[in-house]
Ligand binder design. Structure first.
Ligand code: S5P
Length: 265
């Protein structure tokens, strides 16, 4: 059976990587294929949004470098919330340099990403050395990597031959590369990979800066992706109650589309 028609729980056995297994098991247990992207600049807002959406998500996506008041104690609190609500953490770092540099960026500096992010991501543009560098740090820690195979933005250059070559890089590094940030499940490979998809919104089509939104149903059912990544569509509301209601709404939309997909003949 094609991997995307198997349940998330069944697919855990298709992976050796512990972060991928844990993500799929968490999705199955929480009945959630929703990741919330928490792109805010104040620690207080960051933690309160995560505490509010935590029950509805399998994954929290961070851009840790946009926090103006970052302090290492924030990481302790983030890890506590991840245990309290049972979600994994994905630092959307989009590494894009030579292997030696990305290994340092991943393990050191102020943020020490490898210490706390179950999953991170990288552009394929430098070639396979970027995976060698990141896996030298992340693999011993049981971390997983996603490659950016496509982007959600208008005019993206990550298409065609570039996307195909990204797929080949992932296939050659199955132990550490667990999937893609992409807009669709791509054919032409037999391995199971996770497909996480940003550019998801129910009420808006774009943001005037190139972002393009599709609905959870288009992403999960029509394009056979696995995880919807939603940012402003959820945390854009000004009260905790509206943030909670949006998280619930996107969780329901993503999960019902998944149930429809796995029941396809
Ligand atoms: O192609 C991409 C890849 C990513 S990771 N398009 C994206 O929008 N993203 C990220 O997803 C982006 O950096 C942001 O954190 C999030 C989308 O946020 P939203 O507010 O537009 O939903």
């Amino acid at each position: 059976m094609s991997s995307h028609l198997q349940s998330y729980g069944q697919r855990a056995q298709n992976f050796t990587n512990p972060a991928a297994k844990l993500l799929l098991e968490t999705m199955e247990r929480k009945k959630s294929n929703l990741a919330v992207s928490v792109d805010v600049t104040k620690t207080k807002d960051f933690l309160s949004i995560i505490d509010t959406v935590g029950p509805f998500v399998c994954l929290i996506k961070t851009h840790i470098d946009i926090l103006e008041d970052f302090d290492p104690s924030l990481i302790t609190q983030l890890k506590e919330l991840s245990q309290k609500h049972n979600f994994l953490i994905f630092e959307d770092r989009k590494f894009a340099d030579i292997g030696n540099t990305v290994a340092l960026q991943y393990s050191r500096g102020v943020h020490r990403i490898a210490d706390w992010a179950h999953i991170t991501n990288a552009h394929a543009v430098p070639g396979p050395g970027i995976i060698t560098g990141l896996s030298s740090v992340g693999l011993p820690l049981g971390r997983g990597l996603l490659l950016l195979a496509e982007m959600s933005t208008k005019g993206s250059l990550a298409t065609g031959a570039y996307t195909d070559a990204t797929l080949r890089m992932a296939e050659n590094n199955r132990d550490f590369v667990v999937g893609f940030v992409a807009q669709q499940r791509m054919g032409g490979h037999h391995e199971d990979f996770l497909v996480l998809t940003p550019g998801v919104g129910l009420d808006s089509k774009g943001d005037g800066m190139g972002q393009q939104y599709r609905t959870p149903r288009e992403v999960i059912l029509d394009s056979a992706c696995d995880v919807i990544i939603v940012g402003r569509g959820i945390y854009g509301g000004d009260t905790a109650e509206s943030v909670r209601a949006q998280a619930q709404r996107y969780q329901d939309a993503g999960w019902s589309s998944y149930l429809e997909r796995i029941s396809l003949p």
